[in-house]
Design a binder for this molecule. Structure first.
Ligand SMILES: [Zn+2]
Ligand SMILES: [Zn+2]
Length: 223
């Protein structure tokens, strides 16, 4: 009897309007891609990845070049293997501070007095910001990176100031965001037909990219 009441209660609960169970599990959700479209997308993705891997493989002996440097010492590099540009902002935080981490010396502490004659010189750690410290130097900084702390305090002040300015500034008429209606999906069948025609093209493209990738690899093994 109790079981039957419980089932009844579940049934009534699931049929109530606007309950979350109904919303997520009973109403059918329409997936926005058809199997044919997914097939084409997976081919396009495979072709793109293979092209990237081929470029990376061919340029694996080339080193990044610094192509420009801003006033606040942020360098921009060209990555030959990936073919795009990155800045110091892609690296750990220490590289955007005025005092970038040393690459040849362990300790970045300004008042470091460890030398090869003192027994603290080999004992140290590189923090997640990229700055390195001798254990003794890190203890003297209360286990904080003082270079990054100073940088962050300064940046927070700058951000707060610009936030204050933006909050007190009058909005012009053109600065309101206009919401745009997304497509209603009426042309789905047309899209599916168009995609079906692309499948063969994508398959051929993928085959060609595979051949290019394999020939790039084989060339290296021959020499
Ligand atoms: Zn040190
Ligand atoms: Zn740091």
């Amino acid at each position: 009897m109790a079981d039957q009441l419980q089932k009844e209660a579940h049934f009534m609960f699931q049929n109530r309007e606007d309950n979350t169970f109904h919303q997520y599990f009973v109403n059918s959700m329409k997936y926005s891609y058809k199997p044919k479209q997914l097939h084409t997308l997976s081919r396009k993705c495979a072709t793109l990845l293979l092209e990237i891997f081929t470029k990376m493989y061919e340029a694996r002996h080339l080193y990044p070049l610094i192509i420009s440097s801003s006033d606040d010492s942020i360098n921009t590099y060209k990555l030959p293997s990936l073919g795009y540009e990155i800045t110091d902002r892609h690296l750990p935080r220490g590289f955007v501070t005025p005092r970038k981490p040393y690459t040849s010396i362990l300790c970045d502490f300004l008042h470091c007095n460890c030398t090869s004659y003192t027994n603290c010189s080999d004992n140290g750690i590189v923090l997640s910001c990229g700055h390195g410290y001798h254990s003794r130097c890190l203890r003297r900084c209360n286990f904080k990176c003082l270079i990054c702390l100073k940088y962050l305090k300064n940046e927070i002040k700058i951000n707060v100031e610009s936030l204050k300015i933006s909050m007190t500034k009058d909005l012009g008429e053109n600065e309101f965001i206009v919401e745009q209606d997304e497509g209603t999906g009426d042309n789905e069948s047309d899209d599916a037909e168009a995609v079906a025609g692309e499948i063969e093209i994508e398959d051929n493209l993928l085959e060609n990219t595979k051949k290019t990738f394999l020939s790039a690899k084989n060339c290296v093994f021959l020499f």
